[in-house]
Design a protein around this ligand. Structure first.
Ligand code: TEU
Length: 552
């Protein structure tokens, strides 16, 4: 793909930097660790990486509580290392997307410190959403909104005012009616674009604009599906993204956005992708689809059609740092009917053999589709959700704010295993000089099962999921009929046995996905390009398997 439309069929690898690789042995991932693994990413064959927030932050929410958008968290490295990373990634033909968090700041951001020190009604307070409380002495929150992590979305400060935080108490929402906020985020875009960053993933792109007056949520009335929710998917967000697109388009090559917007209505989500707004947005309904052929087919068709109607690709994803890893999700019985989100307690022991088989099949399904695909670090190693993290080590604010009822997202954020026989499975580099101090333990405990999934074990097994990813990305890159940009929004679904999906990608290529529980026969004259699991003894396609076929 060329410089102008690489994002239409790119494969992007998500780096949750805190858990990717630790270059200085302190037990936390960092820029040095990421730089040391660029050859792994180049060999995998990804077109770009997306790095979760690497900015100064108290890490009250994994870095999504940003204290300074134009610097690097000292525990991850410094600006010089960041610029070296950009150069070294670009030298390998890998583009770099960062993460921008426009809905809120960290409570350690200088502007929020200033707001706390200032008086009600001051310009410093206007940068955030401060209101007087309700009740005779203002002792009730200004409205009935709840935090996504549990508990009220308001916290009272010493002088009696309350401030809004749709997420953690340490993440005050900023006020997008304040010109200074708009300007400061545009300064951040330019700061990183000027340094060669290729684009941004936009955090909670659907929540920055709130209904004036901050009205109470009315049970059964406010539903984001049709756009009448007081703080989700408000039309005002589109003004912001039109300004951001104008900035991105002023660079050469133009910079690119991917929106994180959990907007269930596919047509409303496509509004973020109009030609003067953001280029891409995650098609989360695919992630949420249970491993059921009708769900998958409907979600794929709807995302392609609605996005193509505004000239945009679909953007497929199976896992990220917010949801249980799909090796464990897909291992569930289909009765769950959807993917897991931060709200689910993953309590049933997952049947990992089924999970891995389905994950292999789901990956070939995803990579055969037109559009862009995102890979979450460690899925190329078949990592499962980690469910047995000791409660005292859980680090996700969801756990605290939900009163210890929701385990949150630590299970998908456990530091990666790179070497099965090393301490911390090789997550932390340590100098090999004699007597070098051992690295600190990884910041979250790694389960023993990670040894079998370590990069070096995967490397040495030609049938491993790592080799499946590498082969799939190489074939996808070599054959434009795979991946590619279905700007017509059409996928030519083929007739196929009950419980399976089959779609042709132009003449010559078909993907057959067997999500049923029994084997199905393959077309006679087809040549197998890649299959996610071995065929049965009589050459038919086993359950939970996907095959790429060259037909005719
Ligand atoms: O996640 C957004 C988020 O948590 C909600 O949109 C939730 O995912 C959705 O309602 C589905 O359950 C982003 C980041 O990815 C996450 O890590 C941060 O914690 C959050 O925003 C706050 O910045």
């Amino acid at each position: 793909a060329n410089d102008l439309d690489w994002w239409r069929d790119a494969v992007v690898y998500q780096v949750y930097i805190r858990s990717f690789a630790d270059g200085n042995g302190d037990g936390t991932g960092d820029v040095a660790g990421l730089r040391s693994k660029l050859d792994h990413l180049a060999r995998l064959g990804v077109d770009a990486i997306w790095i979760n927030p690497w900015y100064p932050s108290p890490l009250a929410d994994g870095g999504y509580d940003v204290a300074d958008y134009r610097a690097i968290n000292p525990s991850f490295g410094d600006t010089a290392e960041a610029e070296a990373l950009l150069r070294e990634a670009h030298d390998r033909g890998i583009r770099v997307l960062l993460d921008i968090v426009p809905n809120h700041h960290s409570d350690e951001h200088a502007w929020f410190r200033a707001a706390l020190a200032a008086a009600p009604g001051s310009p410093e307070r206007e940068r955030y959403i401060f209101r007087d409380g309700r009740g005779p002495n203002g002792e009730e929150p200004p409205n009935n909104w709840e935090s996504m992590f549990g508990g009220p979305a308001w916290t009272r400060v010493d002088d009696g005012q309350w401030y809004l935080h749709l997420f953690d108490v340490r993440q005050p929402d900023v006020n997008w009616d304040a010109q200074e906020i708009r300007e400061d985020f545009e300064t951040t875009l330019r700061f990183w674009f000027d340094r060669g960053v290729d684009g941004f993933r936009v955090d909670v792109a659907n929540s920055m604009i709130k209904e004036p007056g901050l009205p109470d949520l009315v049970e059964g009335v406010n539903d984001e599906q049709d756009g009448n929710h007081p703080y989700l998917d408000r039309d005002g967000v589109h003004d912001v993204f039109r300004s951001w697109r104008a900035i991105a388009d002023s660079y050469h090559p133009p910079r690119v956005f991917v929106a994180e917007a959990w907007v269930p209505d596919a047509e409303r989500l496509a509004r973020y992708l109009r030609p003067d707004e953001l280029q891409t947005a995650f098609s989360f309904n695919f992630l949420r689809a249970a491993w059921l052929a009708p769900d998958l087919r409907d979600n794929i068709s709807e995302a392609l059609a609605e996005n193509a109607a505004v000239g945009a690709p679909a953007t497929w994803v199976l896992s990220n740092h917010d949801v249980a890893r799909h090796v464990s999700r897909l291992a569930r019985k289909p009765e769950t009917g959807r993917g897991y989100t931060v709200d689910d307690i993953i309590d049933l022991p997952a049947d990992l053999d089924t999970g891995i088989r389905r994950a292999r099949a789901a990956t070939l399904l995803m990579l055969a589709l037109p559009g862009t695909a995102y890979l979450y670090q460690g899925e190329e190693f078949g990592l499962p959700e980690v469910e047995d993290i000791p409660e005292e080590l859980l680090d996700d604010p969801t756990w605290e704010r939900s009163g210890h009822t929701r385990r949150g997202r630590d299970g998908c954020r456990v530091p990666l295993p790179w070497a099965a026989d090393e301490p911390s499975f090789g997550f932390s580099a340590r100098s090999r000089s004699a007597g070098a101090a051992l690295a600190a333990p990884a910041w979250l405990p790694q389960p023993d099962v990670f040894a079998a999934h370590a990069a070096d074990r995967m490397e040495s097994d030609p049938d491993s999921i790592l080799h499946l990813y590498r082969d799939a990305l190489a074939i996808r890159r070599a054959h434009p009929a795979l991946g590619g940009d279905a700007s017509d929004g059409e996928l030519s679904w083929q007739d196929s046995p009950e419980g399976t999906l089959a779609f042709a990608r132009e003449p010559g290529f078909t993907a057959l996905v067997n999500v049923s529980s029994s084997p199905v026969s393959l077309p006679e004259d087809a040549e197998i390009l890649l299959v996610s699991a071995p065929l049965t003894a009589n050459g038919s396609l086993p359950a939970d398997t996907t095959v790429w076929l060259r037909t005719g």
